[in-house]
Design a protein around this ligand. Sequence first.
Ligand code: ATP
Length: 937
Amino acid sequence: MSATAAPKKQFVIKSVGPDHIAPGSPVDTPLMKQYYLLKQQHPGAVLLFRVGDFYETFGEDAVTASRILDITLTKRGGGTPNEIALAGFPHHALDNYLPKLVRAGQRVAICDQLEDPKQAKGLVKRGITELVTPGVSMHDNVLERRSNNYLAAIHFGKAEAGISFLDISTGEFLVAQGTLDYLGKLLQNFSPAEVLFCKKSRNEFEQHFGPDFCTYALDEWVFGNDYAHDTLTRHFKTTSLKGFGVDTLKEGIIAAGCILHYLAETKHSDLGHVASLGRLEEDKYVWLDRFTVRNLELVHAQHPGGVPLIDVLDQTLTPMGARLLRKWIVLPLKEVSQIQRRLDTVAALVADEELLADLTQHLRQINDLERLISKVAVRRVNPRELLQLARALEAIAPMRERLAASGVKALEKLADQLNPCANLRQEILAKIKPDAPLLTNQGGVLNPGIDAELDELRALAFSGKDYLLQLQQREQRSTGISSLKVAYNKVFGYYLEVTNAHKDKVPVEWIRKQTLVNAERYVTEELKTYEEKILNAEEQLFAIEQRIYTDLVLAALDFVPQIQQNARAIGVTDCLASFALTARQQRYVQPVVNDGTVLDIRAGRHPVIERQLPPGESYIPNDICLNQDEQQIVVITGPNMAGKSALLRQTALIVLLAQIGSFVPADAATVGIIDKIFTRVGASDNLSKGESTFMVEMTETASILNNLSDRSLVLMDEIGRGTSTYDGISIAWAIVEHLHNNPKAKAKTLFATHYHELNQLADDCPRVRNYNVAVKEADGRILFLRKLQAGGSEHSFGIHVARLAGMPTSVVLRANEIMHHLEVERTSAGAEDSVPTEFDDLLDNLSKSNGHRNAPPNLANAPEAAVGAEAVAAVPRPRATSAVATAPRPTVQLSMFEPSDPALERIRELLQHLDINTLTPIEALMKLNELKLTLGR
Ligand SMILES: Nc1ncnc2c1ncn2[C@@H]1O[C@H](COP(=O)(O)OP(=O)(O)OP(=O)(O)O)[C@@H](O)[C@H]1O
């Protein structure tokens, strides 16, 4: 479950047990006692209890299951004090119902019959064979093909915290250690379906990472250093963890140990495919804080209906490629040579259309090798999946050949890593029938000619059936009962059935077994003998098939490491081919990535917006250049809707695409390595989490300023808009200054703002440059040109946008009027040059405190002036100096009428009750006339 979508689920231990059954009650049966004993093993899980052909749930589990699965809720022991709710479904529907329970956040314990009921003496032995939880599942129906399903564990240490991720369906096992910020980012990037932590850390977890994860708390002793170390070394059969390069990550190791503990607890003991523990090195990847991952919509859209970057980028053809691409996107690289290797390969694929076409054709043949071989490792692979594995391996050989002959160094290296595992493939295809069933215990799995005994038994079983047919025909002839038939049921085995009309013709030696309304059923000695022979033969041949199949799976285990390597190489090839396909189709170009400090994008485009535009509209490209010497900070002004946010985001996305090794949507791009991308885009509302919008804005901004580096890229959009203009401008101003004057980090910054007053910063900060997104004003309307041009802008155009947004005309007119008043007021105050406004003071003080003196900005164009209402409501706040405090604040004359005049009072009332939106032109004229008459009275 993703961090965003997961319903919160806490597992409550329910007190149930055999003691709860009143003696002699209808549920006081051996079966129910067995049920309660098993239920006690995993009280927090829904127990699916196999009874015959059904999985049953009881009590609270039944209520939960019937609600989630929409199945009938009934009762057992109805009317007694111990009546218990009951809901069940046929066992063959497990694949259908299990995912629904798990996706709803339930842990599900599957209890199976451990012996054949026919052979059981007394109560059938039952036991829990698997505990499926959101984070631990091998079931295709629970898993998403194109994304990983991670289980995470967190350990809060004293100085740092440790985290570990495991996807049991692929065998990927990772560990990291660092600050809670870093862990938060990893949690967001990996979106684990379930997170484990220590019982006592619940509050700490929720405080730092929020309530949205599906979690499970474990006992404190699991989080011991030695226990974790032992668990891991025992699993990997090593004496230390040095070989994995993780031995210094004390807290991380505890988290990883906790994961293995949990797997054992959930009955996952065969883990041959979890063959190594990878270290997530913080230094290796570009730092994207979690706000950036969210704001840039890399893998998840922020709002329903939104399109994340991955959706436009992902043209992978295999599940391995799709899963790897998600990781590449959230983990951009910082090492030029690594990036260059990917870029060179993509360039070669873009240039060689035939090679690209061949590779995509081979990739299409390869299904989920990685998950198939994991199923082999955990010994839960069915015959059809083994066949799929063999067919996927079939595509490896031609793929290897094509890569080897590509003439591209990186692709040749990938070819070296591929191994078609011919022996395994041949063995599977030779042994498993092409139409093999899903289950291995019903026969029909193996080809003929594999085992002589099996062939013999098959012949016997089938000839036996032929024999029964002959027997039926023979008895029909000898008794003269043409409707006589031989049939089979589980209780009586084979029998002869005769309708009542013919029962007097039945020979005396036949033994009557059952009487039906219209017929009688009989057995004969001959029938019994043959039945035994057939059933024995069937049983024996099922056992032989089972044995040969198990041996085949065990033989496949030897190929796990090799097939995992194949899967990795295929994933990489697939991602690179996907980049090349996108580059060709979307006109992306190869960026120059180097160790320089210049970011220079020519005619850059937003990769997502350009794909969303309606037909006929094209995306307007823009240039962006940032460097450390002349243009470190670009302040971008422009009206709402001009395209400022799009420009900011496209810049970050182009950098990110370049650093994951993809071509970029631009005419040309030079990207000096960026090590951190920070964004503060839009005032996203976090009120549901109890934080005010402004608080969120400031928290995010603080985190940016505290983590800056010389190679950071900072995108700030409308910082300060969450508070009043005065506060907002002060904060925005101070932030730009800080970014400019910070001696340790000349972070490249794009700063979009409505506060065009900030353009004055460029006068005193030499590396701050002003740009605006061009609009054209004509006939009181604005035309968005979406073109970035040098220089600041003078208007906010807020009222125009309000009109475009369908604001009632009355409000728009009133806003214009208020703005006009403010302008007049400001001009006259400025003309007298004697009464500074509070706003002048503010900027004046800002400049002074900074050792500069800027010209005061023009209040008339302040954003509130455009919007109107806030300016009217603005409450004068305490002044910084007593001189200013005594200066009278100019009053803005906002009222059109003197309330003392009764005629005007009447007009005001009339106007107040007028709904302009519903007025027809005629009615408007009549109202006007009425107003005129009122005035004349
Ligand atoms: N360069 C462009 N070419 C074509 N369409 C664009 C371009 N830039 C932006 N747009 C379109 O304009 C819309 C508004 O852009 P954007 O949100 O970036 O404006 P903004 O200036 O940030 O506005 P606000 O200040 O209200 O957030 C986008 O959703 C997009 O559809």
